[in-house]
Design a protein around this ligand. Structure first.
Ligand code: AIR
Length: 214
């Protein structure tokens, strides 16, 4: 298969999926797209670095769908694709245009470099499906958030794909009480972590705490 045929096959798969009727629990609720697989460490989260969108979603009980014909066992799910605004504009268009019909409720889109156009173009094409933009690098921030009036995008700070996933679940939680409860429990766990660290720091004193931590 040539490169063009491969892109066209992906577009056809998205369009076929859009034409299919599936119950909401059988199709992904969240779509994650990124401009290149070089964005994966930021978008997924790497073991050595900061956690990312993949970690946040799986931590909240979402399952990744890799085959549309094998429905997820978890009620809430997501899918992941590389879609480049500049290398595969047709794929970006097809992804965004079919998003709603394929059952996506919210899209997380990340891109890096100075021309990080995937999030903002996806937001325009998929509108009114909400798109949460992730500037993969600091230099991508202006490109992601600089939208004209009437063409909104919601975005997180550079590299914060974890927060993008939390925001995506906040959107879904307006409809689903169980996600609301999971987010509340997550937030409480953050408070627990701070309380635990705080009392240990106070009890050990600064030098001993730092030594133990390092
Ligand atoms: N990118 C890919 N297509 C269009 C854009 N703007 C971005 C990717 C990545 C950066 O360009 O999101 O962050 C470099 O991509 P690569 O594939 O050269 O490593």
């Amino acid at each position: 298969m040539s490169r063009l045929e491969r892109v066209n096959a992906l577009i056809e798969e998205l369009e076929a999926e859009a034409a299919r009727e599936r119950p909401p629990e059988d199709s992904p609720d969240v779509g994650i797209i990124m401009g290149s697989d070089s964005d994966l460490d930021v978008m997924m989260g790497s073991k050595t670095g900061r956690e990312g969108a993949y970690d946040a979603l799986t931590g909240l009980g979402f399952e990744e769908v890799t085959d549309y014909d094998e429905p997820p066992s978890a009620r809430f799910s997501f899918e992941t694709y590389v879609v480049s605004a500049h290398r595969t504009p047709g794929l970006m268009y097809a992804y965004a245009r079919t998003a709603r019909a394929r059952g996506l409720r919210v899209i997380i889109a990340g891109a890096g470099g100075k021309s990080a156009d995937l999030p903002n173009m996806t937001a325009s094409i998929a509108f009114p499906v909400p798109v949460i933009g992730v500037p993969v690098q600091e230099k991508s921030v202006d490109s992601v958030i600089g939208m004209p009036q009437g063409a909104p995008i919601v975005a997180v700070d550079a590299g914060k794909s974890f927060n993008a996933a939390l925001a995506a679940v906040q959107v879904l939680a307006l409809e689903h009480e169980e996600l609301w409860d999971r987010l509340v429990a997550y937030h409480e766990s953050l408070a627990d972590d701070v309380a635990e660290v705080s009392s240990r720091l106070h009890a050990l004193g600064t030098p001993a705490f730092k030594k133990q931590r390092d």
